[in-house]
Structure formats: structure tokens, C-alpha cells
Design a protein around this ligand. Structure first.
Ligand SMILES: [Mn+2]
Length: 461
């Protein structure tokens, strides 16, 4: 179903939440609890809200939710024993699991503000929501939660309506956009585009044009070819230094020259000899090194969110990267480029009309990397976009089969079921645990269930 975005209705919905929050925070609330998602977009959103609450001189606590437990369990550890409408909760980049949340919210007196851009798992009628819930989600008005509006874009729009000086924090929105959209900046649409334009005009972010080698924009051209994860360059990605150096030397380019220092001739030369494209990327002028580049900054936050959440929250406020974070970053992108190289060239696969299964179970790729490898395979179009990808295999530790499932937007256009529907289908017929949204998700299955799935996989998609 493709809806035409209804901008006015959405803005009316946003303004209503803004007005209520402004009024109540002056004469009712004495404490705010902010809850956000554990990724770059979530952490950027949280920073924006924290800045707003600080400016409003409101007391607040914050929490990061990684979805490893149910909302019921998670919130029971956060919500005070005694109910009070003097406390308000703000959820950013998370909280659209309304089927689970509404029963909890109904039984509480606190006010809940949910500012999210993930798709809702529930038929929402805004008029039937509990009175203490202010639900702002542009996807229910037909906006696309990835291309049109990130979580941080939405948090920025909300906060700026309350306090105009939040504009100065707009660079945070650029990190959220980069982390969620995984696209060069000229591809941004709708609110993402408008907010990006505004923060560029304010010179909080500088828009530049150049070779797009996301994952390694801050480094030498040699390393950029080797570690670029968007695009992943088959033939350079994860290859030996010597191979890349001799390619660059042959076309008259110093392999150690910084990507950002290449001149027009050198850029033309690379364009003529590779499939690399030119595009727009965003620079944070107040930051240094890797952190100056929004895409790399966002990837770093995504990695740290899993490994060490307090390091993620601290680094977004820093000007330059710590040695610890830099090491983790390189470990991550070198493993990812190796994994993409393996996947593109070597792993066993099984194709049907609409699906492709790639077996990672007996490969060198550890199960903890399967999900990211599948995501970057899919965004890089490394596989046929007209098929749904099932990537994974036997996880030795649990003796369960773990699958990361991905599909492209093009795949969905042909009236195919989305990933979340396929997962629900599998769960109903074969059991297992998991979930996701229309383009990405994952499931864990027993070995016999997995065998049944493989026999009749076309029936499930
Ligand atoms: Mn997000």
C-alpha cells in the first residue's frame, strides 16, 4: 500500500503534542524520563531531547532500550511504583510497538510522548488512543520512515518548535539521518531534506561533493577502496594492500593521499577506472578526524551502541575520537569488508524463484556479524534485488538456525510480502522467535523447522 504523505495532518499531530508538552511542563511535570533506541539515530535523538529538557530547566533521567526484553519487563524497572501525572515519558526512535505498549500506558497516569519513525504493528486510529498517550509517527500519515524522516529529524522538529535555539543542535539530526538512511545526502527527501538544508544554511554542517566511499571517508584513498562498505567494491574491498596500491600507482595516484585531498583530475581518473560514484556527504566542522564525517560518525555510534553504550553516549559529545573507539571501528569495518568479500564470491547458496539462501553456518563469519553482513549485502545490491535474502545457518553455540532476512524496495514493488510478514508466516507454521520490519528482520528456528522451511520456502514468501 502506497499512501500519499499527508503533510498537514502530520504537522497538526506534531503541533498538538508540542503544545501539550509545553503547557504541562510549565504547570504539571516535575520529572521527565527519556527513552531512546540503541543506535546512532536513537542516541542523536536522545541528545536533542536532553538539550531541550536542559534548556527548559526540567529534571530528567534517560534510558537506552535495546529491545532484548519485552516492554512490560523493561518499563517495570523504570516506571515509579506510585503513579503520577507529574512525570512524563518521551520515547524517541522507538515505541511503535503499540500492541504491547497501549495496554501498559492505559494503566498508568504518567503522560507518554512517543516520537518515532518505525512502522506501527497495529491498526492505529488516533482518536482511540489512551488520553495520556501523545503518539507522533509520520509513517501513519504516509511518510517513509527511512527516506523521508529519521528519528533524530523528528526529535529535532519537536524540540525546535518548543525552543528555537535547538537549531544549534541540528548537526545531531545529520548523524541520525546518515545512520538510518545509509545514503548520500542528495538522495534525502521530505523532512530529512528540509532539515538538512536548514542546518547547512546555518553552517552547522557543511555539504560537500566528492567520491562516495562510506565507511572510510576520513582516510587515505588506498584504505578507502579497501574498507568502503557503501559501496562495497568487489575487487578492492577486503583485498591485499599491494593489489590496491599497484592499481592506484598505475593510474598515477599516490595511494597514501587523503581521500578529501584528491584534486579534480585524480577524481576523474578514479571515476574512469572504477564503478565508484560522486555524491554529497556531510561534514561536521566542529569535529575532527573520523568524527568530522557524519556517515562514519554514525557507524561508530552503531558499533559502540552494541559494545559499550556509555562510550557511545560520551563520544557524540566529543570533538575527536578516542584510541579505544578507533580500534573498535577498524576491527569492525575490516571484518565487514572481509565478510562482504566472502559472501559475494565464495559462500554456498541455494536459489529458488523468489529467494536466495546463503549458508554462513560453516563460514568464517561469526554469527554476531551475520545481521550486519546481510544488511550491507542488501543495501549494496550485491545480490539479485528481485529475490529475498535468507542469510545465516547453524549457530553452534545454541544449536539453532539463525537467519537474517532482507529484501529490497524493488522486491516489494512486485506485490511480494515484506520481511515481517514472511517472518510471522514462518513463526505461525514452524515456530521460532524473531521479528522485523518490511525490509529487514531475523528469526531463530530449530534444525527440523529450518529443513521444512528450505523444502517449501516459496510457500512462505
Ligand atoms: Mn531510527
Amino acid at each position: 500500500m502506497v499512501l500519499n504523505p499527508d503533510r498537514n495532518k502530520f504537522l497538526e499531530n506534531l503541533n498538538n503534542a508540542v503544545d501539550c508538552f509545553e503547557d504541562y511542563s510549565q504547570n504539571l511535570y516535575n520529572n521527565i524520563i527519556a527513552i531512546s533506541h540503541n543506535d546512532a539515530d536513537g542516541i542523536s535523538s536522545l541528545q536533542i531531547i536532553q538539550n531541550l529538557l536542559h534548556k527548559m530547566v526540567l529534571n530528567y533521567d534517560y534510558f537506552i532500550y535495546n529491545r532484548s526484553v519485552s516492554w512490560t519487563n523493561y518499563l517495570s524497572g523504570i516506571l515509579p511504583k506510585s503513579h503520577s501525572n507529574k512525570t512524563a515519558l518521551i520515547f524517541t526512535d522507538i515505541g511503535s510497538n503499540l500492541a504491547e505498549l497501549i495496554p501498559i500506558i492505559k494503566n498508568r497516569q504518567e503522560h507518554f510522548y512517543i516520537l518515532d519513525h518505525h512502522e506501527v504493528d497495529y491498526e492505529v486510529s488516533l482518536d482511540d488512543l489512551p488520553e495520556n498517550l501523545f503518539f507522533v509517527n509520520p509513517t501513519i500519515f504516509g511518510f517513509d520512515g527511512l527516506d523521508h524522516v529519521s528519528g533524530a529529524t523528528l526529535a529535532y522538529m519537536f524540540a525546535k518548535k518548543i525552543n528555537l535555539s535547538i537549531i544549534k543542535q541540528g548537526w545531531l539530526a545529520a548523524i541520525g539521518i546518515a545512520g538510518d538512511s545509509l545514503k548520500p545526502m542528495e538522495k534525502l527527501q521530505s523532512f530529512n531534506r528540509e532539515v538538512y538544508q536548514e542546518i547547512c544554511d546555518e553552517e552547522l554542517v557543511i555539504d560537500k561533493e566528492g567520491l562516495i566511499l562510506f565507511g572510510n571517508m576520513h582516510d587515505s584513498i588506498k584504505n578507502s577502496l579497501k574498507y568502503s562498505i557503501l559501496p562495497f567494491l568487489n575487487g578492492f574491498g577486503g583485498e591485499e594492500d599491494q593489489k590496491i596500491k599497484s592499481f592506484l600507482n598505475n593510474i598515477g595516484i599516490n595511494p597514501n593521499k587523503k581521500l578529501e585531498d584528491l584534486d579534480q583530475n585524480e577524481i576523474q581518473n578514479i571515476l574512469a577506472n572504477t564503478k565508484i560514484k560522486v555524491g554529497h556527504f556531510a561534514i561536521l566542522p566542529k569535529k575532527q578526524g573520523l568524527l568530522k564525517f557524519t556517515f562514519e560518525h554514525a557507524i561508530l555510534l552503531n558499533i559502540l551502541s552494541f559494545k559499550n553504550i556509555s562510550a557511545a553516549i560520551s563520544i557524540i559529545q566529543q570533538k575527536s575520537i578516542t584510541r579505544y573507539a578507533k580500534e573498535i571501528y577498524y576491527e569492525y569495518i575490516s571484518a565487514l569488508s572481509q565478510n562482504l568479500k566472502l559472501l559475494a564470491n565464495q559462500l554456498p547458496r541455494h536459489e529458488t524463484k523468489n529467494t536466495i539462501f546463503i549458508d554462513a553456518g560453516s563460514s568464517k563469519i561469526p554469527p554476531s556479524n551475520w545481521s550486519d553482513t546481510a544488511s550491507f549485502t542488501s543495501v549494496n545490491d550485491l545480490l539479485i534485488p528481485s529475490k529475498m535474502l535468507f542469510f545465516g545457518g547453524l549457530e553452534k553455540k545454541t544449536q539453532m538456525v539463525k537467519l537474517s532476512i532482507r529484501c529490497s524496495r524493488e522486491y516489494l514493488k512486485n506485490d511480494h510480502k515484506g520481511v515481517n510478514q514472511v517472518i510471522n508466516n514462518i513463526k505461525q507454521k514452524l515456530g521460532g522467535t524473531g521479528g522485523g520490519h518490511k525490509l529487514a528482520g531475523g528469526i531463530r528456528l530449530s534444525i527440523p523447522s529450518f529443513k521444512k522451511l528450505m523444502e517449501k520456502i516459496e510457500d512462505f514468501v
